[in-house]
Ligand binder design. Structure first.
Ligand SMILES: [Zn+2]
Length: 78
């Protein structure tokens, strides 16, 4: 699905839905406004965030924190 990315203002494709492991609401935001290349930037940042805070995907609080970091990074948290 083509879109105009709200972060880089470039036309692009949405990231693959299965790569966005968030709540339905946050996932819809990402898939509706973020291009695949900005998502790739986040995936690189995500590794750093996970390592820095030693996040564990099994922990709902950690997943929530990761999701918030992501929305902030992608400027979707307004
Ligand atoms: Zn973008």
């Amino acid at each position: 699905m083509a879109l105009k990315c709200s972060r880089c203002s470039q036309p692009g494709e949405a990231p693959p839905a299965h790569r966005v492991p968030f709540t339905p609401e946050a996932k819809a935001k990402v898939l509706g406004s973020i291009c695949a290349s900005c998502w790739k930037e986040w995936e690189q940042m995500e590794v750093k965030v996970i390592n820095e805070y030693r996040l564990n995907f099994m922990d709902p609080q950690h997943r929530d924190m990761l999701q918030r970091s992501c929305l902030e990074f992608l400027q979707l948290d307004a």
